[in-house]
Structures are given as structure tokens and as C-alpha cells.
Design a protein. Structure first.
Lengths: 275, 292
């Protein structure tokens, strides 16, 4: 171990400590409250007298967690697939073709990115009323897919641009057609980019709030954020140990996936932002 | 071959264009319709009323207050996030023990949905049984419980702080992208010339990451301006509308009070403001492209 690097590490961690503490604090609150026995939740002590693992079991039933989990998975998986299916060809076109309207299309995507769902929510609401799709999780799925297109195209394109053209040119020389080259050469190389983009789209859909809050009206169709929000909003008594257990269970899988993948996001966004 | 090459890109972008346009352009058109008509709470249009919905907004003191508060909110969160993110990114760019772990921890708030974050903080800030109060008392920083969310003077600053915390990861990400593009030999040359760390930062690092800071600034402004869940899930704009910003005001007017016409007018005002931000962003990025 080298002494100067050790000293530097201590200084670095000290500088980071406020942010580190603030980032970990909510997780600590979640986990500790989720493991407090029912009777101790409202006493302002930090540590529970025993770890009440059964909270997770009772929460599952009391909060109708399974149903919301199923809805969230359904919406997020289908929205991710839908968004990828339309974004991959678009990103390919932006990377490998020079065509009139290319800049227009990029700016159109930018505008859709700027207009967050909340600004459009009244219009979307009226659109869905007109189509008779209020309370339909399929409608929510389509809206999520559409709002993720700009992000997906941006991420995919910044990776596609790093795939060298030489390989495809070599395949054309050998007499392979454009489509065959695309399927056999380009797409296999692009798989990692697609996986990363898919996971981030999934997380976006998994965490979305305002669209679901507005369009989903019955408990049966609630996704996780809305289900958990309904446990705390407008209630006289809130079962905080259940709420925190539910929040923890809904957050941890996504947080782990994110922690594992965040370096790809750093790369993809950095490439995309300066292009 | 050439005819096919001309058509191919349009065929490839068409599905994404249609889907995005359906979800964006149609609602914008709806908004314009609703904003210029009188409308019942189920969204059925009555008579054309021109600008009456906009005028009703200007007469509503809550709208004006929300507009101002949106300015403070956006400025506070974006400014705070940039100020905190520059040192964090500089540190994360150093080589030190546990850097990978530190990166993961700093990025964590990004992974959690804003709704969940806000709900957890609402609980942590609760006056009687909140864990923030018990932690602060234990460390002797305060000696009696603070009712954080009971009035705007403590609730709103707390919401801004939480906003900063969840904005740091994205901002750090963009700045790290900028830092990684600076070649090491620039610093070596500067060190040979006798430049100290602060001078190196001012004359090398800062100018070279400036374009990235600009991009982070504009994108964050847009995201924060639009950010709904933190305030909605913590206070729903309360107590007595004292923490409302435009988005929560919009939601209340539209879906609590059922005044869809006025809510659409708010949306269009926001749309206008966002368009200005977008133009600034396009200017910034194309200016960079021209120089590169």
C-alpha cells in the first residue's frame, strides 16, 4: 500500500462524505423502518429492538404488493420492448445514412425529450378519455414507450457511432447485401448497447409517476409507485413499516441493476452530450 | 440501389416518428383546444373563449406565487447541484482507494424513483417520529423536534436540498464525461511551468469543462422545471399552497378543481418557457459542433 495514495484517499472520502451520507441516509431509513416491529415504528429511536422480518410478509398482503408488482413488470417490459423496436432502426438510420431532414428529426426528438409528461398530462388525459382508454395499463405502456424514444435513440446512436464501418464494408465486398450485413455483422456488435439502453428504459418506466397517477384509476391497475403513493396520500394513519418495506422491495432490484450499469451510462451520456 | 438508399432512412425512422408524434403533437393540439374553450371537468368543449383561461390565471394569486416559486426552485436546485457536483466530479476523477464504491454511492439517488425518494423523506422528516430529528438530537445539533413539513419556511428549503441530492448524479456524470476528455499532459506541462492546483483548475480544467457545464445547466433546468414527484409526494404543494410550483399548481387546478381549461393554459405557458430553454440548448450544442 502506497502512503501518498492512502493520504489522498482519506482526503477524497472526506470531501465526498456529505454527499455519501445524504445518499445513504434514505436507504438506512427505509431498511431500519421496514425492520422495526409494528409497536416501535412511531418511537423515535434509530435501532429496532429486534429485526422484524415478518414485516415483509405482512406488507405483501396488506399493500397488495404482488398485483402492483405484476402491473409494473408488465408495463415496464412491454414499454422497453416497444421503445427499442422503433428506436433501433431510427438510431441506425441516424448513424449510417446522411439524409435530408436528419437534423429536423434530431431536433424533433429533442423537443419530445424536453416536453415531459407533466406538461402534456391534461392533453394526454383528454386523448385517453376520447379513446376510452382511461385505466388501461396498455395505454400507459404505449405512452411510456413513446416518451422513451428520444432517450433510447440518443443512447443507441452514441454507441452505434463507435462501431467501425470497416467491418460492414468488408462484408459488402464479399457480396453480402445490406440487410444481410445488418443482421449478421452490425446487430451482433450492437447487442451490448441495446441491452444497456433497454435496462435504462426499463428503469424509467418502472419509476414513472405522473402518467400512471393520472391515467390509472382503479387499484387493480396500479403500478408500484402509485400503489405505494396511495398508501401515504390522504390517509389518516399510515402504516410506515409496511410503506418502507414496500419501498425497499420495489427499489432494491432496480438500484442493484443501476449500480452495476452506471458506468455505461457515464460513457453513453458523455458521448451523446457532446455529439 | 440509389432509389432504395434514398428511401431507406425514412422507412427506418418512420415508426419512431409516428409513435412520438402521436404522444406529443396530438396532446399539444388538445391543450390548445382546451385552453381556448370553456370546458367541463370531463374535458367536453363548450364555447370558444379566446384568452379568458389565460386571464383567469393572471388573476389567481396562487398562479403568480407558483410562478415565482418555480423560479426559486429551479435556480436553487440547478445552481446547488452544479456547485456540489464540480468538486464531487473532480474527486471521482482522481485515483484513490474505493473509487468504484464511491461512484456507485454517489450515483445511487438516480436509481430510486423520485416518488419513493420523496415518500422516504416525508417519513424521515416527520416531526414526532422522524429519523432526521432523532439523528440531529443524538448528535446534539438541535434540542427539540422540528416540524419540517408543517410550514413552507422549512419544507421548501428541504425539498430544494432533496432536489439537489437527486440531481447530483446526472450532473456528475456529464462533468466526468468532460473531465475524461482532458489530456493528462496539459496538467504535466502546467505543473512544469509552476502552476499550482488552483491555477491548473482555473486555467485548464474549468475552461475545458465549461461546455459540459453549460449542457448540464440547460438539461437540468429543463428536468427540474418539470419535476413533479418530490413536491407532490412530500407536501402536495401544501400547507395552504405554500410550496406549490407550476407543475403541482397545474395538477391541482386540472385534476383536483377540475378546471381543465386553466390547467391547459398553464401547460401552454410552461410549453413556451421550455421552448426557450430548448432553443438555448440547441444554440449551445450546435455552437460546439461548429467549433469542433
Amino acid at each position: 500500500m502506497n502512503a501518498s495514495k492512502f493520504r489522498r484517499s482519506v482526503v477524497c472520502w472526506l470531501v465526498l462524505s456529505p454527499v455519501v451520507v445524504a445518499a445513504i441516509f434514505p436507504f438506512a431509513v427505509m431498511l431500519i423502518t421496514a425492520l422495526k416491529p409494528n409497536t416501535e415504528v412511531l418511537t423515535p429511536t434509530w435501532w429496532p429492538s429486534r429485526t422484524a422480518w415478518e414485516n415483509f410478509q405482512t406488507m405483501w398482503v396488506a399493500t397488495n404488493f404482488g398485483n402492483a408488482l405484476r402491473n409494473s413488470l408488465y408495463v415496464s417490459v412491454l414499454a422497453t420492448l416497444g421503445s427499442l423496436i422503433v428506436s433501433i432502426p431510427a438510431a441506425y438510420a441516424l448513424t449510417r445514412f446522411d439524409f435530408r431532414g436528419r437534423e429536423f428529426y434530431r431536433q424533433f426528438l429533442l423537443v419530445t425529450q424536453m416536453l415531459s409528461p407533466i406538461v402534456l398530462v391534461v392533453g394526454l388525459f383528454r386523448l385517453m378519455v376520447a379513446l376510452g382508454l382511461i385505466d388501461s395499463i396498455n395505454a400507459v405502456t404505449v405512452v411510456y414507450a413513446a416518451f422513451n424514444i428520444a432517450f433510447s435513440v440518443w443512447m443507441l446512436q452514441s454507441y452505434f457511432a463507435t462501431i467501425p464501418l470497416d467491418l460492414e464494408e468488408a462484408a459488402w465486398m464479399e457480396g453480402a447485401g445490406r440487410t444481410k450485413t445488418l443482421v449478421k455483422v452490425f446487430l451482433p456488435l450492437a447487442v451490448p448497447a441495446m441491452v444497456v439502453t433497454a435496462i435504462f428504459t426499463f428503469i424509467n418506466a418502472w419509476n414513472e409517476f405522473v402518467i400512471a397517477l393520472t391515467l390509472l384509476r382503479s387499484q387493480d391497475s396500479y403500478t408500484l409507485p402509485i400503489q405505494i403513493f396511495s398508501l401515504v396520500s390522504g390517509r389518516y394513519t399510515v402504516e410506515w413499516h409496511h410503506v418502507m418495506a414496500a419501498t425497499f422491495a420495489a427499489t432494491i432490484p432496480v438500484a442493484i441493476a443501476f449500480a452495476w450499469l452506471q458506468r455505461y451510462l457515464v460513457r453513453g451520456l458523455a458521448l451523446g452530450a457532446v455529439k | 440501389m440509389t432509389a432504395k438508399r434514398v428511401v431507406a432512412p425514412y422507412v427506418l425512422i418512420l415508426p419512431s416518428f409516428v409513435l412520438a408524434a402521436l404522444i406529443v403533437i396530438w396532446p399539444v393540439n388538445e391543450l390548445a383546444q382546451i385552453a381556448s374553450h370553456s370546458v367541463n371537468r370531463f374535458g367536453q368543449l363548450r364555447d370558444f373563449v379566446g384568452m379568458a383561461n389565460f386571464r383567469a390565471l393572471l388573476d389567481d394569486p396562487n398562479f403568480i406565487a407558483s410562478l415565482w416559486r418555480t423560479g426559486i426552485w429551479t435556480l436553487g436546485v440547478v445552481g446547488g447541484a452544479i456547485i456540489c457536483s464540480v468538486p464531487v466530479a473532480l474527486v471521482l476523477n482522481e485515483d484513490f482507494y474505493g473509487r468504484d464504491l464511491a461512484r456507485v454511492i454517489v450515483m445511487l439517488p438516480w436509481a430510486v424513483s423520485l416518488t419513493m425518494t420523496a415518500i422516504v423523506w416525508r417519513w424521515a422528516l416527520s416531526g414526532e417520529s422522524g429519523m432526521l430529528n432523532s439523528a440531529l438530537i443524538e448528535f446534539g445539533i438541535i434540542d427539540s423536534n422540528i416540524q419540517w413539513l408543517a410550514e413552507a419556511s422549512t419544507a421548501f428549503p428541504m425539498q430544494i436540498l432533496i432536489g439537489i441530492l437527486v440531481t447530483i448524479p446526472f450532473t456528475v456524470t456529464i462533468i466526468l464525461g468532460g473531465l475524461s476528455s482532458i489530456p493528462d499532459d496539459l496538467y504535466e506541462a502546467a505543473a512544469l511551468e509552476g502552476a499550482g492546483r488552483w491555477e491548473q483548475f482555473r486555467h485548464i480544467t474549468l475552461p475545458l469543462i465549461a461546455p459540459f457545464l453549460n449542457i448540464a445547466l440547460v438539461l437540468n433546468t429543463i428536468y427540474v422545471f418539470n419535476s413533479f414527484p418530490i413536491i407532490w409526494a412530500m407536501t402536495q404543494g401544501g400547507p395552504a399552497n405554500s410550496t406549490d410550483i407550476l407543475v403541482t399548481y397545474l395538477y391541482k387546478v386540472g385534476f383536483r378543481l377540475g378546471k381543465l381549461g386553466e390547467a391547459s393554459a398553464v401547460s401552454l405557458v410552461m410549453f413556451g418557457i421550455l421552448l426557450i430553454f430548448t432553443l438555448i440548448y440547441v444554440r449551445l450544442t450546435t455552437a460546439r459542433g461548429a467549433r469542433a
